[in-house]
Design a protein around this ligand. Structure first.
Ligand code: 13P
Ligand code: SF4
Length: 332
């Protein structure tokens, strides 16, 4: 018999009290899952707060690379995920495609010693490990500018993977020259060379959506995530990570209308009034939405039964180098 959400919440609370487990949930999770999170936040906050947590088990409600990052940073923790859902962007690159990108730069006259790779946290551990091994580091959407500023200090060209939009948006903000690998441009003349990956959810927002809202509600503010296309970010009043968007919108007067370009679940719980989803197509992240309250309950129950399911494992070599790449970011 299917349990109701209310019944599931009671059972989840009972199991949380009984077990040494911390439930972690990203802002894009369904409301009912987000509400049972002990730690909630954006990808950077989740990586940092979970590292400080002492429970034996971390039950991570999010996408695969996020649970993997916890395991990489704290290999002694047992990390389980109700659904090992893989972020569509993270899936666009693996270590082989990473090597091909390095080769493209080499073939264009940029040797390895002049390349500093940076990977967006939305990548799997094998890619983070490659980046760590080459002296590079991880960034998130909330600290990308800071990380790139630091990296540029080394006088090298930045290979930015996998999100071409985040790479180009930061380059535009900082007045740097960028190009997407394999597209038009001369790599020798660019500061940032971006891999051709993207988030399909954030590609749903269009310049026409912005024009529509500006015409319908003169004075409306447009706030978007830097995974949106550069044309969208250039036409926005504010661009920020999920936490930065939440802060910006909560600081607005109650009657200020804001249209937001990021995942639906986050936008929907922001404010009771005057907040709009910047798209006529519901921007739901399919993988973030895979995790249900029933899954959370079953994952807790499996721990209680002594047979944890969906446990994250990362091999030793990958863990070592991916950790170095993540820690270089956390040190900043
Ligand atoms: P944040 O780093 O802002 O949490 O974003 C993660 C993500 O997957 C956005 O699509
Ligand atoms: Fe990945 Fe996009 Fe979903 Fe974020 S919204 S987890 S980048 S697919």
């Amino acid at each position: 018999m299917q349990l109701t959400n209310e019944e599931l919440r009671v059972k989840i609370d009972e199991l949380k009290k009984k077990l040494s487990v911390t439930v972690v949930a990203h802002f894009y999770q369904r409301d009912e899952v987000f509400e049972v999170g002990d730690i909630t936040g954006d990808s950077l906050e989740l990586a940092m707060k979970t590292k400080e947590d002492n429970a034996e088990f971390v039950l991570f409600c999010g996408v695969g690379f996020m649970g993997q990052s916890v395991k990489v940073l704290s290999p002694e923790k047992r990390v389980v995920m109700p659904k090992i859902a893989c972020c569509a962007m993270a899936r666009m690159i693996d270590s082989m495609y990473f090597d091909e990108s390095v080769k493209y730069l080499n073939d264009n006259g940029i040797p390895n010693e002049n390349i500093l790779p940076i990977t967006y946290i939305n990548s799997n551990a094998d890619v983070k490990a490659k980046v760590g091994e080459m002296g590079g580091m991880v960034c998130t959407s909330s600290n990308a500018k800071k990380i790139i500023t630091k990296a540029l200090g080394e006088g090298k060209k930045i290979l930015f993977v996998p999100d071409r939009c985040l790479g180009q948006n930061i380059a535009n903000q900082m007045g740097l020259k960028s190009m997407v690998i394999g597209h038009e441009g001369n790599p020798q003349e660019c500061d940032i060379l971006c891999y051709d990956g993207f988030c399909s959810v954030h590609q749903l927002f269009t310049v026409d959506d912005i024009a529509f809202y500006r015409k319908k509600y003169p004075g409306i503010l447009i706030a978007t995530h830097p995974e949106c296309d550069p044309a969208i970010c250039d036409a926005s009043d504010f661009v920020g990570s999920t936490s930065q968007l939440i802060k910006y919108i909560k600081e607005q007067p109650e009657d200020q209308k804001v249209a937001v370009g990021t995942e639906f679940n986050l936008v929907n719980r922001l404010r009771p009034k005057n907040t709009y989803v910047l798209s006529s197509t519901k921007p739901e992240c399919p993988t973030m939405n895979e995790t249900t309250l029933q899954d959370v309950y079953e994952t807790l129950k499996a721990i209680d039964d002594g047979e944890p399911i969906n446990e994250i494992e990362v091999d030793e070599k990958t863990q070592k180098w991916a950790k170095i790449a993540l820690e270089r970011m956390l040190e900043l």
